[in-house]
Structure formats: C-alpha cells, structure tokens
Design a protein around this ligand. Structure first.
Ligand SMILES: Cc1cc2nc3c(=O)[nH]c(=O)nc-3n(C[C@H](O)[C@H](O)[C@H](O)COP(=O)(O)OP(=O)(O)OC[C@H]3O[C@@H](n4cnc5c(N)ncnc54)[C@H](O)[C@@H]3O)c2cc1C
Ligand SMILES: *[C@@H]1O[C@H](CO)[C@@H](O)[C@H](O)[C@H]1NC(C)=O
Ligand SMILES: *[C@@H]1O[C@H](CO)[C@@H](O)[C@H](O)[C@H]1NC(C)=O
Ligand SMILES: *[C@@H]1O[C@H](CO)[C@@H](O)[C@H](O)[C@H]1NC(C)=O
Length: 409
C-alpha cells in the first residue's frame, strides 16, 4: 500500500472506484484522464492479487463475437487499449489472428453466427474449410469435418500488465489508490452524498463505481440491490510443449473450438514458455470466499485428449493449472447500469459475465463517461439490469448451469 501523508487526510473524492481488478483499474485510468486527483480507487486485497478474475499473462481479445451487441463494441476495445499503449509506451495487445472452429452438423451454426455478426458490423473475416485450416496452420491435424472463421485482429491482451499499467497511469494523473482496504458497505451521508465504509475509515464521494467482480453483491446489498450472479471456478492449463517455435505469437493464432456442449480455447505462448488452454464455463459453482485453488484433473484430462487428436504438438508436461473465477449473469451478458430504481442513481456498477477482460479498458472508459457525463457514447442499452435475465428470478441460465456444486463435465 502506498499513501502519502498529503492524501492520508483526504476523505472526500468526486468519484470512488470499488474494486481495482481488470475493469476497476480501467475505470480508474479513464476517470483520472477526466478528473485527475478527484478519483480514489479502493481494493480489498493487494494490487495484482490472484483471487479474482483478471490476473494472468494473457486473455483472448477479438473482434469476433456471435452477437451484434458485442461486435458493435469490439472495434472500440482495440482503440481503448491502443490509447493505453500509447500513453505507457508498453505493448499490451498482440494481434496473432483468431479462429472460431466448428464441427460440421454439430457446431457450425455457431461459426455461422460469428460470420453473420461480423458481417453486420463490417468486420472483415474469412471462412476456412478444415483443409484450409490445416494448410494455414499445420499445427492443427487435417480434419475435413471442421469449418473455421478467421479474423486477423484476434489475439491476446496481457491482463496482469494491463492492470498495473492502468493503475500506474492513473496514479500519474493524480489518482489515489489504496489497497488492502475492503469496502464493507455504502450509506447516504448527511450531505446527501455517498459514504463509503472501509476497514480504514469512511470516505465520501459524489459517485461510486462498483467493479467488485465475484464480490459484487456484497456491496450492492447495502443499497438494496441484488444481481443474479453465478461464480464458477474455472481453470487454464499451461503445457511445456517442446515445439515452442510452432506456438509463438507470430506463428500460431488464438483459437476457440466449439464442441457440442462447451468451448475449448487456446492461446499462443506469452508470459511463460507454455502453450495455454482452457474450457469455457464448465467449472463448479462456488463463491469468492469458498473457492479453492485446486486444479481439477478431469478437465486437465479433457484438454489433453482434445489436444492429442486436434493439436498434438501443443502438448507437453503440465507446467501449471491456474484456477480463476468467472462471475456470470444468467444470460452471460454484461450488466452496466446505475442503481437509480433503488434511489441510488449515483451508484454505477459493471458485471463482466466471464468474458470481459478484452473489454476492461473500454468498460473503464464507458464507466468514466457514465460517471462524469451521465451518459456514454457507446451502445450499452442491451446491458441494462431491467432485462428479463436479470429482473426475472425464474430466468433459466443460458449456460447449462445446474446450480449445484459439480463441474458440468
Ligand atoms: C480462466 C479465465 C479465463 C478467461 N479468459 C478470458 C478471455 O480470454 N478473454 C476475456 O475477455 N475474458 C476472459 N475471462 C474473463 C475476464 O477475465 C473477466 O470477465 C474480467 O477479468 C473480470 O474483471 P472484473 O474487474 O470484473 O473482476 P476482478 O478482476 O475479479 O476485479 C474485482 C476486484 O474487486 C475487488 N473487490 C471486490 N469487493 C471489494 C470490496 N468490497 N472492497 C474493495 N475491493 C473489492 C476484488 O478484490 C478484485 O480485485 C476469463 C476469466 C477466467 C477466470
Ligand atoms: C461464411 O460462411 C457463412 C456460413 O457459415 C456465410 O453465411 C458467409 O456468407 C460466408 N462468408 C464469406 C465471406 O464467405
Ligand atoms: C457497413 O458498411 C456499409 C457500406 O459501407 C454501410 O452502409 C453500413 O452503415 C456499415 N455498417 C456499420 C454497422 O458500420
Ligand atoms: C448529471 O446528473 C446530475 C444529477 O442528475 C446533475 O446534477 C449533473 O449536472 C449532470 N451532469 C451532466 C454533465 O449532465
């Protein structure tokens, strides 16, 4: 924790960001560009901790999505990150190319949706047959039963670095960031402003930006709001492939392979010497407080079997399996809204729904606009908390979540 004696005494800030993970550090940065020292970031753990959702070497970034509400935003994520890269002089995004791979008759309707949503937003892409996929990337075994959609801008964003860069630039702009400082609740103060109660005292502000990830409902609860959120324990495995030069960022793309029931995704080598792979949204339901850090050998075995048939050179001894939390809404779409319905239009919050890192800087910018301007230039209306998936308690989850504590596999 760093706190100078000057700001030690300061207890009022225009804006307070609660939670300095991926999205919160983005919000701090973009707010600091607008308001300089009038923003405070509060983080319950040490900055850079690994208990949340945003701390690994790499996350997928892509233009490609199977849904227009995201393909309208994805080009802007690249613009937001490039501004951060320009200001820091550090590279965060690597455009390795990205693949969405389907099996004919099983999951090619998904790759078609990717193609449709990109075409609708003028994002260029190419369709590949299984043979063309193998010819372009011989790392994939030849399988005529596959189809793929290739998008050249797909790649990786360095998440751990992105977070620390956002925070350092924000501090450079005068923002204050205090870690090891859990927010316990919000209340209305005598002046009609917001009192932010923490273990280090009470801070006051005009607006709160709540980016608390898996802990979101703990803080929202104090203003009477509850969002249906499913926290799952996900994992990624790094393999010590001996064929490293086949999987460098200039030789191998990011890929998402659509199986009948779930997606498997892989990323080229970055940050360590391993090839990286994971299965999307199949982990057991847990909570931020009860989750473990134990790798699940069942999922390790599934990706090994997959790689043996599809990408054999990717394999090697397991270097590490890292666990990580997804915090998902029932429809897996973001929530970006205020708590105005509950009398708190000055509390703005953002739930990332388990696929938000690529958007972390853009979401930070959107939150900064909502805070300072009361509206944003970006199309976020689909992400309202008024929608059925959030407001109807009987809404069935769109990701086959059984609501029990078992992994889906
Ligand atoms: C294995 C895995 C792979 C993923 N892959 C991708 C990918 O390839 N591409 C992609 O775009 N996304 C991916 N995601 C999802 C993405 O990483 C998350 O959606 C995103 O990082 C969430 O950011 P966040 O800021 O909401 O949460 P977090 O980064 O968890 O931040 C929340 C922060 O709030 C703090 N906090 C909470 N409560 C309080 C409190 N009361 N007081 C103070 N601080 C508090 C927490 O300590 C934490 O630091 C992946 C996630 C996982 C787990
Ligand atoms: C790619 O394939 C989809 C069907 O999956 C089709 O609708 C689309 O027109 C094709 N696009 C191009 C550029 O060939
Ligand atoms: C896509 O390009 C066409 C032709 O240039 C244009 O008419 C249309 O408005 C564009 N659509 C989007 C969503 O940008
Ligand atoms: C935002 O809304 C608040 C209260 O609703 C108002 O006081 C403030 O002037 C508005 N700010 C801008 C920039 O419109």
């Amino acid at each position: 924790m760093t706190m100078t004696s000057d700001n030690h005494m300061r207890t009022f800030y225009e804006y307070i960001v609660v939670g300095c993970g991926g999205i919160g550090s983005g919000a701090l940065y973009w707010l600091s560009k607008r308001v300089g020292p009038d923003v405070l970031g509060l983080e319950q753990f040490q900055l850079g901790h690994e208990r949340g959702g945003s701390q690994d070497y790499s996350r997928i970034i892509r233009m490609a999505y199977p849904d227009d509400m995201y393909t309208k935003l994805t080009p802007h994520t690249y613009t937001a990150w490039s501004e951060v890269e320009r200001e820091s002089g550090l590279q965060l995004v690597y455009r390795t190319g990205g693949l969405s791979i389907g099996e004919k008759g099983v999951s090619d309707h998904i790759t078609s949706e990717y193609a449709r949503a990109m075409a609708a937003n003028n994002i260029s892409y190419e369709n590949l047959t299984g043979r063309q996929l193998h010819e372009r990337y011989p790392q994939f075994t030849l399988n005529d039963n596959l189809v793929a959609v290739y998008q050249k801008d797909g790649g990786i964003v360095d998440a751990a670095l992105g977070n620390s860069v956002h925070v350092q630039l924000a501090r450079g702009n005068g923002a204050t960031v205090i870690d090891q400082c859990p927010v316990t609740r919000l209340s209305r103060d005598a002046g009609g402003r917001i009192a932010v109660h923490t273990t280090k005292g009470i801070f006051h502000c005009r607006k709160v930006l709540l980016t608390a990830g898996a802990w979101m409902n703990h803080v929202l609860g104090s203003v009477g709001v509850h969002i249906p959120l499913y926290v799952t324990q996900e994992q990624v495995t790094y393999f010590g492939t001996p064929h490293m030069k086949d999987f460098t960022k200039d030789r191998f793309p990011m890929f998402i392979y659509h199986k009948a029931d779930y997606d498997i995704y892989g990323l080229p080598i970055h940050g360590n010497s391993g090839s990286k792979i994971g299965i999307d949204a199949v982990g057991p339901v847990t909570t931020a407080d009860s989750r473990t850090y134990e790798p699940d050998p069942v999922r390790e075995k599934i990706v090994i079997d997959f790689l043996q048939t599809t990408l054999p050179k990717y394999l090697g001894p397991i270097i590490q399996t890292k666990t990580c939390l997804y915090t998902m809404t029932p429809d897996r779409h973001f929530v970006i809204d205020t708590c105005r319905k509950y009398g708190w239009d000055d509390v703005i919050f953002c739930c990332g729904a388990g696929h938000a890192y690529k958007f972390a800087s853009l979401l930070g910018k959107i939150l900064s606009e909502l805070a300072v301007d009361n509206h944003t230039q970006y199309p976020i209306s689909p992400f309202t908390m008024e929608r059925e998936a959030i407001s109807n308690p009987n809404y069935k989850t769109d990701f086959h979540m059984k609501g029990n504590s078992q992994s889906k596999l």
